[in-house]
Design a protein around this ligand. Structure first.
Ligand code: G6P
Ligand code: MG
Length: 211
């Protein structure tokens, strides 16, 4: 039997380079409120849910007690409005190079394909990219799972797909996501979509060599 039965994709930073826009929108919110926010903090919050990201950002500014739950929700909503306003360009051409190639390869070779993202915008983004039909299961930030690095989203993904964790391969770009895959007992492949400061692998087809 093959070692991989189910390939679980993360979304932001893997299938599409939206991390840049998360960074810009958290940056602006931080600037407006006098909070410190930089690349190191961005790396810590990457892969975690919107509220978890805000809580981490506030904790790193020693402000964890300053705001009420409703103030935090208002910050998250403002951040998301700005984020979505920057995503109006999204379309089939915005997916990471090699996306269709790897998804077609996996489908033709009868691998199961799922997505596990902390984003509450995942469904919207996947529809815009025109790749929703490739996934037999999409779990996102609306499901209410504990945020990555907790393994829950990956474990439920495997269970609902009828696959044992050890037969899953997770494709992730964030430290929180890699930690979640490890905690779930799954194999993982670190892949980061092109960013302006770093190019890991420019083409997602690299995964063909790792399933
Ligand atoms: C992903 C991204 C994070 C983002 C989180 C929530 O995990 O890596 O940077 O904060 O989703 O995204 P959302 O679209 O719901 O604000
Ligand atoms: Mg990611």
């Amino acid at each position: 039997m093959r070692k991989t039965e189910l390939v679980i994709f993360d979304l932001d930073g893997v299938l599409v380079h939206t991390e840049k826009y998360h960074y810009l929108t958290w940056s602006r919110l931080a600037e407006e409120n006098g909070w410190k926010y930089d690349e190191a903090i961005a790396d810590k919050v990457k892969g975690t849910s919107r509220l978890e990201s805000l809580n981490t950002l506030l904790a790193l500014n020693n402000l964890q007690e300053k705001y009420s739950q409703s103030e935090k929700e208002a910050f998250c909503e403002a951040k998301n409005r700005h984020y979505l306003s920057l995503l109006s360009f999204l379309g089939p051409d915005s997916a990471t190079p090699g996306t269709l190639d790897i998804l077609n390869f996996l489908r033709e070779n009868q691998y199961k394909i799922a997505m596990a993202s902390s984003s509450r915008n995942a469904q919207y983004i996947v529809e815009k990219l025109g790749i929703a039909d490739y996934f037999s299961l999409i779990l996102d930030g609306n499901e209410g799972f504990p945020s990555k690095p907790a393994p829950d989203i990956f474990l439920v993904c495997a269970k609902k797909s009828g696959v044992m964790p050890e037969s899953c391969l997770v494709i992730e770009d964030s430290p929180a996501g890699i930690a979640a895959a490890k905690a779930a007992g799954m194999r993982f492949f670190y892949y980061s979509a092109f960013s302006e400061t770093e190019e890991c692998f420019s083409d997602l087809s690299i995964i063909k060599q790792n399933v």
